[in-house]
Design a protein around this ligand. Structure first.
Ligand SMILES: *Cc1c(COP(=O)(O)O)cnc(C)c1O
Length: 353
Protein backbone atom coordinates (compact mmCIF):
# COMPACT_ATOMS: atom_id res chain seq x y z
CA UNK A 1 0.00 0.00 0.00
CA UNK A 2 1.47 3.26 -1.12
CA UNK A 3 -0.45 6.03 0.60
CA UNK A 4 -0.16 8.90 0.34
CA UNK A 5 1.00 8.26 -3.20
CA UNK A 6 4.49 9.40 -4.06
CA UNK A 7 5.67 10.30 -7.54
CA UNK A 8 9.17 9.94 -8.92
CA UNK A 9 9.16 12.52 -11.70
CA UNK A 10 11.50 14.73 -9.72
CA UNK A 11 13.27 14.71 -6.40
CA UNK A 12 11.73 18.12 -5.74
CA UNK A 13 8.25 16.59 -5.61
CA UNK A 14 9.24 15.61 -2.05
CA UNK A 15 8.56 17.87 0.89
CA UNK A 16 10.81 19.14 3.65
CA UNK A 17 12.77 16.68 5.76
CA UNK A 18 12.25 16.67 9.55
CA UNK A 19 15.66 18.20 10.35
CA UNK A 20 15.06 21.18 8.05
CA UNK A 21 11.47 21.58 9.21
CA UNK A 22 12.47 21.57 12.89
CA UNK A 23 15.18 24.14 12.21
CA UNK A 24 12.66 26.46 10.56
CA UNK A 25 10.42 26.16 13.63
CA UNK A 26 13.37 26.89 15.90
CA UNK A 27 14.36 29.92 13.83
CA UNK A 28 10.77 31.11 14.07
CA UNK A 29 11.06 31.77 17.80
CA UNK A 30 11.54 35.46 18.52
CA UNK A 31 13.06 38.20 16.42
CA UNK A 32 16.39 38.21 14.61
CA UNK A 33 18.37 40.70 12.53
CA UNK A 34 17.44 40.83 8.84
CA UNK A 35 19.36 40.44 5.55
CA UNK A 36 21.81 37.82 6.79
CA UNK A 37 23.04 39.69 9.86
CA UNK A 38 21.48 37.02 12.09
CA UNK A 39 23.07 34.29 14.17
CA UNK A 40 21.66 31.43 12.03
CA UNK A 41 23.34 32.75 8.90
CA UNK A 42 26.67 33.08 10.71
CA UNK A 43 26.29 29.55 12.09
CA UNK A 44 25.43 28.12 8.68
CA UNK A 45 28.47 29.72 7.05
CA UNK A 46 30.64 28.34 9.87
CA UNK A 47 29.08 24.90 9.47
CA UNK A 48 30.09 24.92 5.78
CA UNK A 49 33.63 25.99 6.70
CA UNK A 50 33.78 23.07 9.11
CA UNK A 51 32.27 20.63 6.61
CA UNK A 52 34.75 21.64 3.90
CA UNK A 53 37.68 22.08 6.34
CA UNK A 54 38.60 25.40 4.79
CA UNK A 55 37.99 29.11 5.16
CA UNK A 56 35.53 29.54 2.28
CA UNK A 57 33.05 32.37 1.62
CA UNK A 58 29.41 31.27 1.76
CA UNK A 59 26.27 32.92 0.29
CA UNK A 60 22.66 31.80 0.02
CA UNK A 61 20.32 32.05 -2.96
CA UNK A 62 16.70 30.99 -3.31
CA UNK A 63 17.22 28.45 -6.07
CA UNK A 64 19.75 26.69 -8.23
CA UNK A 65 19.24 28.79 -11.34
CA UNK A 66 20.15 31.92 -9.40
CA UNK A 67 23.04 30.25 -7.59
CA UNK A 68 24.58 28.90 -10.82
CA UNK A 69 23.96 32.05 -12.84
CA UNK A 70 25.34 34.43 -10.26
CA UNK A 71 28.34 32.22 -9.56
CA UNK A 72 29.16 32.01 -13.28
CA UNK A 73 28.64 35.77 -13.61
CA UNK A 74 31.12 36.31 -10.78
CA UNK A 75 33.70 34.23 -12.63
CA UNK A 76 33.36 35.90 -16.01
CA UNK A 77 33.18 39.22 -17.81
CA UNK A 78 30.50 39.82 -20.42
CA UNK A 79 32.93 39.00 -23.25
CA UNK A 80 33.91 35.63 -21.75
CA UNK A 81 32.53 32.17 -22.37
CA UNK A 82 31.63 29.24 -20.14
CA UNK A 83 32.24 25.67 -21.28
CA UNK A 84 29.58 23.14 -20.31
CA UNK A 85 28.17 19.81 -21.44
CA UNK A 86 25.27 19.90 -23.88
CA UNK A 87 23.07 18.30 -21.22
CA UNK A 88 24.04 20.80 -18.51
CA UNK A 89 21.19 22.36 -16.55
CA UNK A 90 22.74 25.81 -17.14
CA UNK A 91 22.32 25.21 -20.88
CA UNK A 92 19.01 23.38 -21.05
CA UNK A 93 16.97 24.46 -18.02
CA UNK A 94 17.86 27.95 -16.88
CA UNK A 95 16.16 30.03 -19.57
CA UNK A 96 19.38 31.86 -20.47
CA UNK A 97 19.88 33.09 -16.89
CA UNK A 98 23.67 32.51 -16.90
CA UNK A 99 23.98 34.68 -20.02
CA UNK A 100 21.53 37.22 -18.61
CA UNK A 101 23.21 37.64 -15.23
CA UNK A 102 26.68 37.78 -16.77
CA UNK A 103 25.49 40.43 -19.24
CA UNK A 104 26.21 38.25 -22.22
CA UNK A 105 28.90 35.69 -21.41
CA UNK A 106 28.23 32.83 -23.82
CA UNK A 107 27.82 29.19 -22.96
CA UNK A 108 29.96 27.01 -25.23
CA UNK A 109 28.44 23.57 -25.40
CA UNK A 110 30.61 20.48 -25.60
CA UNK A 111 29.04 17.39 -27.13
CA UNK A 112 28.53 14.60 -24.62
CA UNK A 113 26.36 11.54 -24.85
CA UNK A 114 26.18 10.93 -21.13
CA UNK A 115 26.37 14.45 -19.68
CA UNK A 116 29.99 14.28 -18.56
CA UNK A 117 32.65 16.74 -19.70
CA UNK A 118 36.16 15.46 -20.34
CA UNK A 119 39.55 17.21 -20.44
CA UNK A 120 39.65 16.46 -24.17
CA UNK A 121 36.28 18.09 -24.83
CA UNK A 122 37.28 21.13 -22.75
CA UNK A 123 40.57 21.46 -24.58
CA UNK A 124 38.84 21.13 -27.94
CA UNK A 125 36.33 23.89 -27.20
CA UNK A 126 38.83 26.15 -25.41
CA UNK A 127 41.42 26.01 -28.18
CA UNK A 128 39.05 26.06 -31.15
CA UNK A 129 39.45 29.80 -31.58
CA UNK A 130 41.85 32.31 -30.09
CA UNK A 131 40.98 35.36 -32.14
CA UNK A 132 39.36 38.57 -30.98
CA UNK A 133 36.05 37.77 -32.67
CA UNK A 134 35.21 34.84 -30.42
CA UNK A 135 34.12 35.04 -26.73
CA UNK A 136 37.16 34.21 -24.63
CA UNK A 137 36.85 30.92 -22.69
CA UNK A 138 37.10 31.68 -18.98
CA UNK A 139 35.09 29.12 -17.00
CA UNK A 140 34.25 25.43 -17.07
CA UNK A 141 31.12 24.22 -15.31
CA UNK A 142 30.52 20.58 -14.42
CA UNK A 143 27.43 19.09 -12.79
CA UNK A 144 28.05 16.68 -9.93
CA UNK A 145 26.21 14.31 -10.18
CA UNK A 146 25.39 14.92 -13.84
CA UNK A 147 21.90 15.48 -15.21
CA UNK A 148 22.08 11.82 -16.28
CA UNK A 149 22.75 10.58 -12.75
CA UNK A 150 26.45 9.85 -13.22
CA UNK A 151 29.10 10.79 -10.70
CA UNK A 152 32.48 12.21 -11.69
CA UNK A 153 35.23 10.31 -9.87
CA UNK A 154 37.82 12.30 -7.94
CA UNK A 155 40.37 11.49 -10.63
CA UNK A 156 38.04 12.81 -13.31
CA UNK A 157 37.51 16.07 -11.42
CA UNK A 158 41.25 16.44 -10.79
CA UNK A 159 42.00 15.87 -14.47
CA UNK A 160 39.41 18.48 -15.50
CA UNK A 161 40.81 20.94 -12.94
CA UNK A 162 44.36 20.38 -14.20
CA UNK A 163 43.20 21.11 -17.75
CA UNK A 164 41.43 24.25 -16.49
CA UNK A 165 44.56 25.49 -14.73
CA UNK A 166 46.67 24.85 -17.79
CA UNK A 167 44.24 26.77 -20.03
CA UNK A 168 43.59 29.61 -17.57
CA UNK A 169 40.00 28.58 -16.86
CA UNK A 170 38.07 28.68 -13.61
CA UNK A 171 36.15 25.59 -12.46
CA UNK A 172 32.55 25.81 -11.24
CA UNK A 173 30.55 22.86 -9.94
CA UNK A 174 26.74 22.72 -10.16
CA UNK A 175 26.04 20.61 -7.09
CA UNK A 176 22.25 20.66 -7.12
CA UNK A 177 22.61 17.06 -5.87
CA UNK A 178 26.09 17.42 -4.38
CA UNK A 179 25.11 15.41 -1.29
CA UNK A 180 24.13 12.44 -3.48
CA UNK A 181 27.56 12.49 -5.10
CA UNK A 182 29.26 12.59 -1.68
CA UNK A 183 27.16 9.64 -0.55
CA UNK A 184 28.15 7.68 -3.66
CA UNK A 185 31.89 8.33 -3.50
CA UNK A 186 32.11 8.22 0.28
CA UNK A 187 34.77 10.91 0.15
CA UNK A 188 34.98 14.16 2.07
CA UNK A 189 33.25 17.21 0.56
CA UNK A 190 36.70 18.83 0.50
CA UNK A 191 38.17 16.03 -1.62
CA UNK A 192 35.46 16.48 -4.24
CA UNK A 193 35.84 20.26 -4.42
CA UNK A 194 38.71 22.55 -3.46
CA UNK A 195 41.22 19.76 -2.92
CA UNK A 196 40.48 18.59 -6.47
CA UNK A 197 40.67 22.12 -7.90
CA UNK A 198 37.05 23.38 -7.87
CA UNK A 199 36.88 27.18 -7.39
CA UNK A 200 33.17 27.63 -6.71
CA UNK A 201 30.44 25.16 -5.72
CA UNK A 202 26.67 25.59 -5.80
CA UNK A 203 25.51 23.19 -3.08
CA UNK A 204 21.84 22.28 -3.48
CA UNK A 205 19.65 22.31 -0.42
CA UNK A 206 16.25 21.95 -2.05
CA UNK A 207 16.68 18.46 -3.50
CA UNK A 208 18.50 17.47 -0.34
CA UNK A 209 15.32 18.02 1.72
CA UNK A 210 15.02 21.74 2.38
CA UNK A 211 12.08 23.96 1.42
CA UNK A 212 14.23 26.38 -0.51
CA UNK A 213 17.79 27.54 -0.73
CA UNK A 214 21.15 26.76 -2.26
CA UNK A 215 24.56 27.70 -0.92
CA UNK A 216 27.17 29.31 -3.14
CA UNK A 217 30.60 28.45 -1.79
CA UNK A 218 33.74 30.24 -2.93
CA UNK A 219 36.87 28.26 -2.14
CA UNK A 220 38.96 30.91 -3.85
CA UNK A 221 37.81 33.84 -1.75
CA UNK A 222 39.26 36.43 -4.11
CA UNK A 223 36.47 35.46 -6.52
CA UNK A 224 33.66 36.38 -4.13
CA UNK A 225 34.37 40.09 -4.13
CA UNK A 226 31.09 42.06 -4.19
CA UNK A 227 29.10 38.82 -4.59
CA UNK A 228 26.73 40.11 -1.90
CA UNK A 229 25.88 43.08 -4.13
CA UNK A 230 25.37 40.75 -7.10
CA UNK A 231 22.89 38.69 -5.06
CA UNK A 232 21.01 41.75 -3.88
CA UNK A 233 20.76 43.23 -7.37
CA UNK A 234 19.45 39.92 -8.70
CA UNK A 235 16.71 39.82 -6.06
CA UNK A 236 18.43 36.99 -4.22
CA UNK A 237 19.04 38.63 -0.85
CA UNK A 238 16.47 37.17 1.53
CA UNK A 239 15.42 39.67 4.17
CA UNK A 240 14.45 36.83 6.52
CA UNK A 241 17.67 35.04 5.69
CA UNK A 242 17.49 32.91 8.82
CA UNK A 243 14.87 30.69 7.19
CA UNK A 244 17.31 29.82 4.40
CA UNK A 245 20.22 29.42 6.81
CA UNK A 246 18.71 27.54 9.78
CA UNK A 247 17.89 24.36 7.84
CA UNK A 248 21.51 24.17 6.68
CA UNK A 249 22.74 24.43 10.26
CA UNK A 250 20.74 21.41 11.38
CA UNK A 251 21.19 19.45 8.13
CA UNK A 252 24.96 19.79 8.39
CA UNK A 253 25.40 19.30 12.12
CA UNK A 254 23.16 16.21 12.30
CA UNK A 255 24.65 14.64 9.18
CA UNK A 256 21.14 14.58 7.66
CA UNK A 257 22.50 16.13 4.45
CA UNK A 258 24.44 12.94 3.83
CA UNK A 259 22.19 10.20 5.16
CA UNK A 260 19.07 11.63 3.48
CA UNK A 261 20.96 11.64 0.16
CA UNK A 262 22.25 8.12 0.78
CA UNK A 263 18.66 6.92 1.22
CA UNK A 264 17.67 8.45 -2.13
CA UNK A 265 20.65 6.78 -3.80
CA UNK A 266 19.82 3.40 -2.28
CA UNK A 267 16.23 3.68 -3.52
CA UNK A 268 17.44 4.45 -7.05
CA UNK A 269 19.73 1.42 -7.04
CA UNK A 270 17.00 -0.81 -5.65
CA UNK A 271 14.53 0.36 -8.29
CA UNK A 272 17.06 -0.15 -11.07
CA UNK A 273 17.87 -3.68 -9.88
CA UNK A 274 14.20 -4.60 -9.74
CA UNK A 275 13.27 -3.42 -13.23
CA UNK A 276 16.54 -4.23 -15.01
CA UNK A 277 15.60 -7.73 -16.15
CA UNK A 278 12.09 -6.91 -17.41
CA UNK A 279 11.34 -7.41 -21.10
CA UNK A 280 11.65 -4.25 -23.22
CA UNK A 281 13.14 -2.28 -20.35
CA UNK A 282 16.64 -0.93 -20.71
CA UNK A 283 18.65 1.26 -18.34
CA UNK A 284 20.25 4.13 -20.23
CA UNK A 285 23.04 4.96 -17.75
CA UNK A 286 24.68 3.25 -14.81
CA UNK A 287 22.86 4.25 -11.62
CA UNK A 288 25.38 6.20 -9.56
CA UNK A 289 23.19 8.71 -7.70
CA UNK A 290 19.43 9.10 -7.15
CA UNK A 291 18.17 8.99 -10.73
CA UNK A 292 17.27 6.09 -13.02
CA UNK A 293 16.87 6.61 -16.77
CA UNK A 294 14.83 4.01 -18.61
CA UNK A 295 14.40 3.31 -22.28
CA UNK A 296 11.16 1.51 -23.04
CA UNK A 297 8.51 1.23 -25.77
CA UNK A 298 6.14 4.18 -25.86
CA UNK A 299 3.28 1.76 -25.20
CA UNK A 300 4.82 0.88 -21.84
CA UNK A 301 5.36 4.56 -21.01
CA UNK A 302 1.74 5.29 -21.93
CA UNK A 303 0.50 2.36 -19.85
CA UNK A 304 2.48 3.59 -16.84
CA UNK A 305 1.02 7.05 -17.26
CA UNK A 306 -2.44 5.49 -17.50
CA UNK A 307 -1.71 3.93 -14.11
CA UNK A 308 -1.16 7.44 -12.78
CA UNK A 309 2.64 7.56 -12.76
CA UNK A 310 4.29 10.83 -13.65
CA UNK A 311 7.73 11.06 -15.23
CA UNK A 312 9.66 13.18 -17.66
CA UNK A 313 11.13 11.96 -20.95
CA UNK A 314 13.51 14.81 -21.70
CA UNK A 315 16.97 13.25 -21.90
CA UNK A 316 17.52 11.12 -24.99
CA UNK A 317 13.83 10.17 -25.02
CA UNK A 318 14.23 8.04 -21.91
CA UNK A 319 12.00 8.19 -18.88
CA UNK A 320 13.55 9.65 -15.73
CA UNK A 321 12.72 8.38 -12.26
CA UNK A 322 14.16 10.35 -9.35
CA UNK A 323 14.28 9.19 -5.75
CA UNK A 324 14.24 11.54 -2.80
CA UNK A 325 15.11 11.72 0.88
CA UNK A 326 11.61 10.50 1.74
CA UNK A 327 11.06 7.76 -0.86
CA UNK A 328 8.81 5.15 0.76
CA UNK A 329 9.71 1.57 -0.07
CA UNK A 330 6.07 0.57 -0.57
CA UNK A 331 5.63 3.32 -3.19
CA UNK A 332 8.81 2.24 -4.89
CA UNK A 333 7.49 -1.34 -4.86
CA UNK A 334 4.15 -0.21 -6.25
CA UNK A 335 5.94 1.44 -9.19
CA UNK A 336 7.97 -1.74 -9.74
CA UNK A 337 4.79 -3.86 -9.73
CA UNK A 338 3.21 -1.63 -12.34
CA UNK A 339 6.40 -1.86 -14.41
CA UNK A 340 6.17 -5.67 -14.22
CA UNK A 341 2.50 -5.65 -15.15
CA UNK A 342 2.74 -3.30 -18.12
CA UNK A 343 5.94 -4.77 -19.42
CA UNK A 344 4.28 -8.21 -19.50
CA UNK A 345 1.19 -6.76 -21.23
CA UNK A 346 3.25 -4.94 -23.81
CA UNK A 347 5.83 -7.57 -24.62
CA UNK A 348 6.68 -7.32 -28.26
CA UNK A 349 5.93 -3.62 -28.54
CA UNK A 350 8.53 -1.63 -30.49
CA UNK A 351 11.27 -0.04 -28.38
CA UNK A 352 11.41 3.75 -28.28
CA UNK A 353 14.43 5.16 -30.03
C1 LIG B 1 17.39 21.15 -9.93
C2 LIG B 1 18.68 21.55 -10.55
C3 LIG B 1 19.16 22.86 -10.44
C4 LIG B 1 18.40 23.95 -9.74
O1 LIG B 1 17.20 24.26 -10.34
P1 LIG B 1 16.19 25.34 -9.75
O2 LIG B 1 14.88 24.89 -10.26
O3 LIG B 1 16.58 26.66 -10.31
O4 LIG B 1 16.32 25.32 -8.27
C5 LIG B 1 20.41 23.13 -10.96
N1 LIG B 1 21.14 22.19 -11.58
C6 LIG B 1 20.71 20.93 -11.70
C7 LIG B 1 21.58 19.91 -12.35
C8 LIG B 1 19.46 20.57 -11.21
O5 LIG B 1 19.03 19.31 -11.33
Amino acid sequence: MCAPKQQFASDNYAGICPEAWAAMAEANIGHESAYGADSWTAQAADAFRTLFSTDCDVFFAFNGTAANSLALAALSQSYHSVICSELAHVETDECGAPEFFSNGAKLLVAPSSNGKLSPEAIRLIASRRTDIHYPKPRVVTITQPTETGLVYTLDEIRAIAATCRELGLRLHMDGARFANACATLGCTPAAMTWEAGVDVLCFGGTKNGMAVGEAVIFFDRALSQDFDYRCKQAGQLASKMRFLAAPWVRMLETGAWLHRAAHANTCARTFAEKIAGLPNIELMFPVEANGVFVKMPSAIADALRARDWKFYTFIGGGARFMFAWDTALDCLESLVEDFRAVSAEQTGAPVLT
